[in-house]
Design a protein around this ligand. Structure first.
Ligand SMILES: NC(=O)c1ccc[n+]([C@@H]2O[C@H](COP(=O)([O-])OP(=O)(O)OC[C@H]3O[C@@H](n4cnc5c(N)ncnc54)[C@H](OP(=O)(O)O)[C@@H]3O)[C@@H](O)[C@H]2O)c1
Length: 291
C-alpha cells in the first residue's frame, strides 16, 4: 500500500506523519505546498501515477474561516476543485481516498447531535466550499470516505488551544464565546482513526456502508468552557469571561450548535472515541514538553 498524504504540514497531516512510524507495512509519502498543489491537476495526476499511489488521505484545505469570506476564489479552488482533482486522479488508478470535511456544513439550528443524514446548510464561504468538496467525493466513482470533524486542535500548527495559551499568558482576562456548542477534536485521535480505517484491512471496501461519516471527540462543550479547561490544564492564571456571539462579531457566521453524532463511525469501524477533556490533557502534556 502506498499512501499519499496531501497538505501534510498542517495539523492533521503532521499527526499522521508522527503515527505513520508504527505502520511498517505501509509506504507513506508526505506532500504539501509548494511541492504538490492539489489545485494543479496534471501535476497531481502525474505524481499519483509515477509513485504508484494506491490511496490518499487529503489533509489539504483552505481553513481560514473568516478570511474565506473575502477570498472566496481561493477557498473554492482548494476545498472544492482541489478535492475534485484528487477524485479524478484516483479514478485512473482505482485508488482509495479519505477526505476530511467540517461541522460548518451545518447551520447549527438543530438541538441534538447531527447525523450524516441530516440536511446541510452552510452559513459561510468556508462551509459552502467544503460542502462542494464533499459532493465531489460522494459523486465520484471511487472507494472513498468523507469524515466530517469539528474544532480541530493539535500540538502542531495554529489552533484555539495554542491561541488561548498565548493570550492567557499575555492578558489578565479574556472574553470567550459561551453560546456556541460543539466538540473539540484532537487531531491525533482523528489521525489514528484515518489510519485504522485505511490501513487496518487494505482488502476491504472502506465505503461499503456509504461514504459519509462524523468524527469528533466525545462530549459537548462551549468555546468558553473549552478555554477554561485549557487555562486550568496549562496552569495559566487568566480569568475567562463568558460572552455572547453577538458581542464578538466575525466575518463568517458560525453554527450555534454543531455537535456531531458519531454512532455510525463507532459501529462500522469498531472505534472507541476518547472524551474531549482526556484528549486535551494528552495534547497539553505534549505542548508543555515541546515548549
Ligand atoms: N481546523 C479546524 O478547526 C477544522 C475543523 C473541522 C474540520 N477541519 C478540516 O480538517 C482538515 C484538516 O485541517 P487542519 O486543521 O489540519 O488544516 P491546516 O492545519 O490548515 O492544514 C492544511 C494544509 O493544507 C495545505 N494546503 C493549502 N492549500 C493547498 C493546496 N492547494 N495543495 C496542497 N496543500 C495545500 C496548507 O498549506 P498552507 O498552510 O501553506 O496554506 C496546510 O499545510 C481540513 O479538511 C479542514 O477543513 C478543520
Amino acid at each position: 500500500m502506498r499512501v499519499l498524504i496531501t497538505g501534510s504540514n498542517g495539523q492533521l497531516g503532521s499527526e499522521i506523519r508522527e503515527l505513520s512510524r508504527s505502520y511498517n507495512m505501509v509506504n507513506f509519502i508526505f506532500k504539501d505546498l509548494p511541492d504538490l498543489d492539489i489545485c494543479n491537476f496534471d501535476e497531481l495526476q502525474n505524481f499519483i501515477i509515477k509513485n504508484n499511489i494506491t490511496a490518499v488521505i487529503n489533509c489539504a484545505a483552505y481553513t481560514a474561516v473568516d478570511k474565506a469570506e473575502e477570498d472566496e476564489q481561493i477557498a473554492k479552488k482548494v476545498n472544492s476543485e482541489g478535492v475534485s482533482n484528487i477524485v479524478k486522479a484516483l479514478q485512473k488508478v482505482n485508488g482509495k481516498l479519505i477526505h476530511i470535511s467540517t461541522d460548518y456544513v451545518f447551520d447549527g439550528d438543530q438541538a441534538i447531535p447531527y447525523k450524516e443524514s441530516d440536511p446541510v446548510n452552510p452559513t459561510g464561504v468556508y462551509g459552502e466550499t467544503k460542502r462542494a468538496g464533499e459532493l465531489a467525493v460522494i459523486n465520484g466513482n471511487i472507494d472513498a470516505l468523507v469524515i466530517r470533524t469539528s474544532w480541530l486542535y493539535s500540538s502542531y500548527g495554529n489552533n484555539f488551544v495554542k491561541t488561548m495559551l498565548r493570550l492567557g499568558r499575555e492578558k489578565e482576562t479574556l472574553d470567550v464565546i459561551s453560546d456556541q456548542s460543539g466538540t473539540p477534536t484532537y487531531a491525533k485521535d482523528l489521525a489514528k482513526t484515518c489510519l485504522k480505517i485505511l490501513c487496518g484491512d487494505s482488502s476491504e471496501n472502506i465505503s461499503k456502508n456509504g461514504k459519509l461519516y462524523h468524527y469528533s471527540n466525545e462530549g459537548v462543550t462551549s468555546w468558553y468552557d473549552f478555554a477554561k479547561e485549557i487555562m486550568k490544564l496549562g496552569e495559566v492564571h487568566c480569568k475567562v469571561h463568558p460572552i455572547e456571539t453577538k458581542d464578538y462579531p466575525t466575518l463568517a457566521k458560525r453554527p450555534q450548535y454543531s455537535v456531531l453524532d458519531k454512532s455510525k463511525i463507532k459501529t462500522d469501524f469498531k472505534l472507541e472515541i476518547p472524551y474531549w477533556k482526556d484528549s486535551l490533557k494528552d495534547c497539553m502534556i505534549k505542548i508543555k514538553t515541546n515548549s
